[in-house]
Ligand binder design. Sequence first.
Ligand SMILES: [Zn+2]
Length: 122
Amino acid sequence: MHAWGKGRQYKRRSVDKDFKKFSGFETLRRIVDAAPNPLVRAFIAFLWATGGRVTETLNLRNSMFELHSDTDPPTLFVSDAPLEKRYRKVAEYYKCQLCGEFNPKRRECLNCGADLMAHGER
Ligand SMILES: [Zn+2]
């Protein structure tokens, strides 16, 4: 099954079909319920619902969310979310925020010369 978001096609994942082992929804619910406060509980539930990594989720901004109330249930779209592992091992590169180039750890972007300490993202 495929779905679309903001004009991009992606493959919808299923825990039943795509994973050899799965802890089960009851285990996930216990993890969420064990969170020390509502903010952490919501964060863990969001990770679970989206499949996002912690660093990816922490980099989301309000401007990336779009609520569609005309669907039942209402649907929350997230666009332009940073997917860190899609390209390369993140810890060894700085991504230039001006041109998008991945650079080995250094001060200036190899592509556009931008200061990666001011405009880079690890
Ligand atoms: Zn650059």
